[in-house]
Design a protein around this ligand. Structure first.
Ligand code: GLC
Length: 440
């Protein structure tokens, strides 16, 4: 495994942002492409034109990038007002609220962010609008996007979701404490124990161990690092293997170590981020957005002292779970055209650049990794190894019944983490129950 050891760029987000806004304000060209653009060549702010309100639902955003994105969109599309509805930070809780809304054919929201694990289910349940006709009309080339992210939004050959940003788990470390990040999970275990307490830290390692989707993503990383899988290429459940047991065993060791917070079983991403930017830990596992909060001097006590690395290797490899978010349209929206305008903006180069620069979120459009402002604001994206990690990230089982599979994993893995059952029992139980769920 290769490692990198780079400190974050000195260029502040504020500088990058002002450059970006300056670039936008001189450029109204894009507005001419929007359907609201008058045939008289006006850029759409014709006062007689109907003002449309689009309700946009998305999860808690600790980086502030979402509001900046909305502002930029509204400036270019004066006839469309975006009203934001904030959904829970926990993806599973958001999911359940969407299912309640959409299954009653509610039109209360128009556009929503979808976790990469949802489109298959939402497409099959007919909650979402098919996007192919819009994509074609706008001449969007889906080959500009990372193939895996396009695939997450495709169901039965049709595109239901546009990729907004992609995620892969990575290891954050304190560059003022750690010289070379660990290459293996065993090395990390040792270093976290030894270095805990340095430079005012309380903990050696932070992760997501609460019983929820994020814990499943941590588990998939451990399992894959030791050579295990949940479901294989042929859609067979293969979770009951010695490799999976080895991965779960390692995860149990971390959760029960004395260098993680004693309430690690209630840690999600938000708790991780808060403790991390408060300077409480030597290492942490989280998604790329934490590069942005880490170096934001307004909120972070460790700005300038943060390095990142690929996650450590187990017996087989180093593995990161594939995450990320897509943009979808409610099938029952009254305003499909305007909803699409917003979706195409968010998932297009301009919107993704704002997410990357302001939010540290990894673009799904390959060309943005060559963009100087993106690279300056988020050094992770200037790093080829990280980009390779994103492209090789391990997907969770792709299935319209993924929520059920995840629930099974959440319950059985939590029981292993608390010591109620052994890793062997957890693997065997998951095998039996996931097989049964998939056979139905
Ligand atoms: C991140 C990922 C998402 C994943 C979630 C788990 O938001 O992008 O795919 O399901 O974390 O908490």
């Amino acid at each position: 495994m290769k490692l990198w050891n780079k400190k974050m760029a000195g260029v502040s987000t504020v500088l990058a942002m002002s450059l970006f806004l300056a670039a936008c304000s001189g450029n109204n060209d894009d507005a001419a492409d929007t359907p609201d653009a008058g045939s008289d060549g006006s850029d759409g702010d014709n006062p007689s034109e109907e003002q449309v309100e689009i309700v946009y639902a998305s999860g808690v955003d600790v980086t502030g990038a979402t509001d900046i994105l909305i502002e930029a969109f509204e400036k270019e599309n004066p006839n469309i007002k975006i009203t934001r509805r904030e959904m829970p930070a926990d993806t599973g809780a958001s999911h359940d609220q969407y299912v309640t809304m959409f299954s009653s054919q509610s039109a209360e929201i128009d556009v929503f962010d979808a976790d990469v694990i949802w489109p298959a289910e939402f497409a099959q349940a007919q909650y979402a609008l098919e996007l192919d006709r819009f994509i074609e009309a706008d001449g969007i080339n889906m080959d500009d996007y990372f193939p895996g992210t396009v695939a997450s939004g495709n169901f039965n050959g049709r595109q239901y979701a546009m990729p907004k940003y992609t995620d892969a788990g990575l290891l954050f470390y304190r560059s003022d404490i750690v010289e070379t990040p660990p290459a293996t999970w065993d090395e990390l275990f040792e270093m976290a124990g030894e270095l805990q307490g340095e430079a005012g830290t309380e903990f050696g390692y932070l992760m997501q161990a609460n019983q929820y989707e994020g814990m499943v993503t941590n588990a998939v990383e451990f399992i894959a690092a030791y050579g295990g899988q949940i479901v294989n290429e042929n859609n067979e459940v293969v979770v009951n293997s010695p490799e999976t047991v080895a991965g779960i065993t390692k995860m149990v060791e971390f959760v029960n170590s004395d260098f993680v917070p004693s309430n690690i079983l209630s840690f999600q991403e938000t708790e991780t981020n808060n403790a991390w930017i408060g300077g409480q830990s030597v290492f942490a596992r989280n998604w790329p957005y934490m590069q942005s909060t880490s170096n934001d001097e307004e909120v972070s006590e460790i700005a300038g002292n943060v390095g990142f690395s690929v996650l450590p290797s187990g017996d087989a490899t180093s593995a990161a779970t594939l995450g990320g978010w897509m943009s979808m349209i409610n099938r029952y929206t009254e305003y499909p055209e305007e909803a699409w305008e917003f979706v195409s903006f968010m998932s297009g180069p301009e919107g993704q650049k704002i997410s990357a620069v302001e939010g540290g979120r990894a673009p799904t459009i390959e060309a943005l990794y060559d963009d100087e402002e993106v690279k300056a604001a988020a050094t992770l994206f200037a790093n080829e190894e990280f980009v390779a990690t994103l492209q090789n990230a391990v997907p969770r089982p792709v299935s319209p019944i993924y929520p059920e599979i995840s629930d099974i994993m959440q319950v059985e893995l939590s029981r292993a983490l608390t010591g109620e059952i052994t890793p062997e029992e957890a693997a065997a139980n998951m095998q039996e129950q996931i097989e049964a769920a998939m056979a139905e």
